[in-house]
Design a protein around this ligand. Structure first.
Ligand SMILES: Nc1ncnc2c1ncn2[C@@H]1O[C@H](COP(=O)(O)OP(=O)(O)O)[C@@H](O)[C@H]1O
Ligand SMILES: Cc1ncc(COP(=O)(O)OP(=O)(O)O)c(N)n1
Length: 267
């Protein structure tokens, strides 16, 4: 059995964060473990409360997992504050996982800040250099690169700038732009575009969390980095096509092992 760890925030509504990550791991047949960084009171309409876990408790969860159940890959999501970022960096340094996927979560689709504005610099300095791949959406790529992004050429320039912080690859996700759902992968040598038709639905809660945890699950299964990203793109596309019209706001994507299996992918 392959093992994957998510270090992220809890979404009480079950659509994003830790809950989306564990569902994604299960759908891939990977054993999922979690380090909870924050508890959010959230549903499809809004985030109505956020309470951070103490930095020491974040570190202790990492230690407990690594000392007994060393993961084959790690996904990092909401890390909220500078002190939590430092605890995660401490854990990564102590236990040295090779396959780390960072989804630099900043703002929920419902508009709530999930990363303190003064923590962006810590994220760049402390976490990017410790990651294999970073998966920002357009606003996150703009914040990390300091440039505005209007199309695919801008996505490529932003990916180059983000690489300069020391990660080994970047996927700039284009779900927030008009037109096709086009993501740009860059590994420092070549750019590759991953394109799918934009699915017409408002139910896209948890897309970023699901995509990054699918990348981590595929890495845990032993796929190379680009194959892991390509399979994750296929997985998120199926999950959005089957997203759920539940709740009064932005409904969640759907994780369903059978859907994945029947789509012909090797799990
Ligand atoms: N409506 C959609 N149809 C198809 N793919 C989408 C759609 N919205 C987002 N995606 C894809 O889902 C993944 C996550 O997208 P994005 O919305 O950019 O990130 P985030 O959820 O972090 O804001 C990307 O692969 C993106 O291309
Ligand atoms: C606890 C928690 N973590 C991350 C997010 C952001 O999720 P993401 O998949 O990037 O996008 P939305 O779910 O906000 O559409 C979150 N909302 N909560």
């Amino acid at each position: 059995m392959r093992l994957a760890l998510t270090i992220a925030g809890s979404d009480s509504g079950g659509g994003a964060g830790i809950q989306a990550d564990l569902k994604t791991f299960s759908a891939h047949g990977v054993f999922g473990m979690s380090v909870i960084t924050s508890v959010t009171a959230q549903n499809t309409k809004a985030v109505i409360g956020v309470e951070d876990v103490s930095p020491e408790m974040v570190y202790l969860q990492i230690k407990a997992v690594f000392e007994d159940l060393p993961p084959d890959a790690v996904k990092i999501g909401m890390v909220s504050s500078e002190s939590i970022i430092r605890s995660v960096a401490r854990g990564l340094d102590e236990f040295g996982p090779e396959k780390v996927v960072l989804d630099p979560v900043m703002i929920s689709k419902s508009g709530h800040a999930l990363l303190k504005p003064n923590a962006v610099e810590a994220l760049k300095k402390e976490l990017l250099p410790r990651c294999l791949v970073v998966t920002p959406n357009i606003p996150e790529a703009e914040a990390l690169s300091g440039m505005s992004i209007k199309g695919v050429e801008d996505m490529k320039r932003a990916a180059e700038r983000i690489m300069s912080y020391g990660c080994r690859a970047v996927v700039v996700k284009g779900g927030h732009l008009e037109g096709d759902a086009l993501d740009v992968f860059f590994n420092g040598r070549e750019f590759r575009e991953l394109k799918s038709e934009k699915i017409c639905t408002r139910n896209t809660h948890g897309t970023g969390c699901t995509f990054s945890s699918a990348v981590a699950a595929n890495l845990a299964l032993g796929y190379d980095l680009f194959t892991s990203v390509r399979l994750a793109k296929e997985y998120i596309t199926v999950a959005i096509k089957n997203s759920l019209n539940i709740g009064g706001g932005v409904g969640p994507v759907h994780h369903f092992y059978e859907l994945y299996r029947r789509s012909g992918l090797n799990v």
